[in-house]
Design a protein around this ligand. Structure first.
Ligand SMILES: NC(=O)c1ccc[n+]([C@@H]2O[C@H](COP(=O)([O-])OP(=O)(O)OC[C@H]3O[C@@H](n4cnc5c(N)ncnc54)[C@H](O)[C@@H]3O)[C@@H](O)[C@H]2O)c1
Length: 263
């Protein structure tokens, strides 16, 4: 059992993918975990499954684009478990939409969920940490797309870049309270997005891109959780306002041995 026993953790986008893996990791290590997601049925199924294994978990249904719902979810979590020691802003969407033809509503939805939702969530969590005198840790799931563009991913990239900058400013503001704010920036992750990324990154591209990264494979959700857990742990006590790229080296170079193996 690790150091998370007895801590309060809140995770958004927790009904699937990386968020679910984060919630499971902390819950099974003995933390009290609030899982927030828009997909009620899937969320409650996951919550029940974890509760059946003896974990202290609660589910909160909220659309990240609905500020009142996000604030209410955080408030109910604080009521049930106390202020979070660890807050993970992870929910995100990545619809394929080219900027040159993007309708305002499509742009707005991506920004509302990925950037404004993350702002509202992190602000609510950090305020509750400050009120309770908890020197907590916050981690946002950013993306390699915050640094690099791809056709169809413009709104997503912009929202992730904005959210990333926000974590850095929050680190500056929350630092004096002993609260740390960081991000992880995954490259391609094995399980993929539930919605959106299938169009955004076609399977054959994803395969090819994975082969061309220095480590020659995609991350598993568990690789991302390892980075999140580190950044929110006491081992990262002096780390704030930074991002950790978990991308198999994709951001520093391509090809790896695929290049040297060329006939
Ligand atoms: N999968 C990847 O390759 C990848 C790569 C880089 C970054 N990321 C980031 O990681 C995070 C998690 O991605 P994932 O791959 O686990 O995605 P996923 O689609 O598997 O899971 C996302 C979860 O967020 C929930 N969600 C979606 N919209 C929501 C909303 N409006 N309000 C509340 N919940 C909402 C979904 O219901 C789902 O349970 C995202 O922020 C994504 O941008 C993913």
């Amino acid at each position: 059992m690790n150091a998370e026993r007895g801590r309060n953790v809140i995770v958004t986008g927790a009904a699937d993918g990386i968020g679910l893996a984060v919630a499971e990791r902390y819950a099974l290590a003995g933390a009290r975990v609030t899982m927030v997601d828009i997909a009620a049925e899937r969320l409650y199924e996951r919550v029940e499954r974890l509760a059946a294994r003896g974990s202290a978990v609660q589910g909160e249904v909220a659309d990240m684009a609905d500020a009142a719902a996000v604030r209410a979810a955080v408030a109910r979590s604080v009521e049930a478990f106390g202020a979070p020691d660890v807050a993970i802003s992870n929910a995100g969407i990545a619809p394929f939409v080219e900027l040159l033809s993007c309708e305002l509503e499509e742009w707005q939805r991506v920004v509302d969920v990925n950037m404004t939702g993350s702002f509202v969530f992190m602000q609510a969590c950090i305020r509750s940490m400050i009120d309770a005198g908890v020197p907590g840790a916050v981690c946002a799931t950013s993306s390699g797309a915050a640094f690099q563009g791809r056709v169809g991913g413009g709104a997503y990239s912009a929202s992730k870049a904005g959210a990333l900058m926000m974590t850095r400013v929050l680190a500056v503001e929350a630092g004096p309270y002993g609260i740390r704010v960081n991000s992880v920036a995954p490259g391609l992750v094995d399980h993929g997005f539930r919605e959106g990324l299938g169009d955004f990154v076609p399977a054959e591209y994803s395969e090819r891109a994975a082969r061309l990264t220095p480590l020659e494979h995609r991350a598993s959700a568990s690789d991302i959780v390892d980075a999140v857990e580190f950044l929110c742990s006491e081992r990262a006590a002096h780390v704030t306002g930074t991002y950790l790229r978990v991308d198999g080296g994709a951001s520093v170079g391509q090809y790896g041995s695929a290049w040297s193996r060329q006939e």
